[in-house]
Design a protein around this ligand. Structure first.
Ligand SMILES: Nc1ncnc2c1ncn2[C@@H]1O[C@H](COP(=O)(O)OP(=O)(O)O)[C@@H](O)[C@H]1O
Ligand code: SF4
Ligand SMILES: [Mg+2]
Length: 343
């Protein structure tokens, strides 16, 4: 499939695998960080950024990863990109275990998955022209077009992301925030990746520019058939853009499923609270006084316990089970949630 970049056929890097409808299988991923010590003598403490996260990404779909700040979205995106290692768990990409790959095999594999970062200011080297920024990944993977075709190919790539071929010899500082994000996207799609991970790509842009960038992601999915893992805390963008959604809360996957279905009827008490902000009907959260005289929990059971208006005695003693919704025969992604309540 031509992505309009004009790059030669040799850049076609789709890994054929007709066995599974899923491009990525994220299985039981956990990640623990050491907490920065406040003083030299403070005790060593850890943060569980992600706990036992599993979901599968259907090919050519857009999956939204949503949750408040600190819920683990960036950590998961970086683990999928293999920029950091998980503490445990595996990620199968086209059936191949990414987490087991080291150095050269990993480097070769990287062209299939690329990342767009939140901050287009710091993710581009200010001293490099747009041309050099785009040449870099192509050159690293021996995919630079022959020199007489290069300007045309890179110009086509810029056109694809809504910039002009004449922008090739400009510096990032000569562009607005939206323009810089388009350069970041051009760099990410130069290798025609199968998977694009975008971490809050419009968070630093104003609304109308953000909307154009969202449409660009949508067309990369529809026309160039890229699979997207789209990280955002913006619920309206997630609802508009994505096919499936994963809701994180304090490092746990609390609920997931087809976006339309989850937004129409969230089941998990946290999702209900989160999504009610979209309908303009904020629920009465914390209606139950969380400072009731209770024994402190000994184990990290449900992380939403303190705020949950639907909690039961069992929530204090047993970790929330994962409940699966009925899957139709054609469902690639049945509803699920982690809660003692029935789905
Ligand atoms: N390199 C790191 N060292 C220590 N803690 C980290 C590191 N990266 C992330 N964390 C912690 O992990 C948790 C999840 O962070 P992050 O993935 O950035 O969340 P989000 O992207 O949803 O805001 C936070 O508590 C954060 O402070
Ligand atoms: S497990 Fe219990 S406390 Fe946690 S969200 Fe479900 S009902 Fe609320
Ligand atoms: Mg983040």
């Amino acid at each position: 499939m031509d992505n309009g970049s004009g790059l030669s056929q040799t850049t076609e890097n789709t890994v054929k695998n007709t066995q599974s409808p899923y491009l990525l299988d994220i299985s039981r991923i956990s990640r623990v960080f050491d907490k920065p010590r406040e003083t030299l003598f403070s005790r060593k403490e850890t943060i569980i950024a992600l706990q036992d996260i599993s979901f599968r990404i259907p090919r050519r779909s857009i999956v939204g990863l949503v949750g408040e700040t600190g819920s683990g979205k960036t950590t998961l995106g970086r683990i999928v990109m293999r920029l950091i290692d998980p503490t445990s768990g595996t990620i199968l990409y086209n059936g191949q275990d990414l987490t087991a790959l080291r150095k050269e095999p990993l480097r070769r594999m990287r062209k299939h998955f690329q990342m767009v970062f939140q901050d287009p200011y710091s993710s581009l080297d200010p001293r490099m022209t747009v041309r050099s920024i785009l040449e870099e990944p192509l050159s690293a993977h021996n995919m630079l077009p022959p020199s007489k075709e290069e300007t045309q190919a890179l110009g086509d790539l810029l056109t694809r992301v809504g910039l002009r071929p004449s922008d090739l010899d400009r510096l990032p500082k000569e562009f607005s925030g939206g323009g810089r994000q388009r350069i970041g996207i051009a760099r990410a799609i130069a290798l025609k990746p199968e998977l694009l991970v975008a971490d809050e790509p419009i968070a630093s842009l104003d609304v109308s520019i953000g909307a154009q960038i969202i449409n660009l992601f949508s067309s990369l999915n529809e026309e160039d058939r890229m699979t997207l893992l789209f990280i955002s805390h913006d619920l309206s963008v997630i609802r508009y853009l994505t096919d499936y959604v994963v809701i994180l809360y304090r490092g746990l996957k609390v609920e997931s499923g087809p976006t339309k279905s989850v937004f129409a009827q969230p089941f998990h008490p946290y999702s209900k609270q989160l999504l009610s902000s979209l309908s303009g009907e904020p629920q009465q959260m914390a209606a139950r006084e969380s400072r009731e005289k209770e024994q402190p929990l000994l184990l990290p059971l449900c992380p939403f316990y303190d705020q949950c208006p639907e909690r039961e005695p069992i929530c204090r003693t047993d970790p929330p089970p994962v409940r699966l919704g009925d899957a139709g025969l054609t469902d690639l992604w049945p509803r699920d949630m982690a809660c003692h309540k029935p789905l």
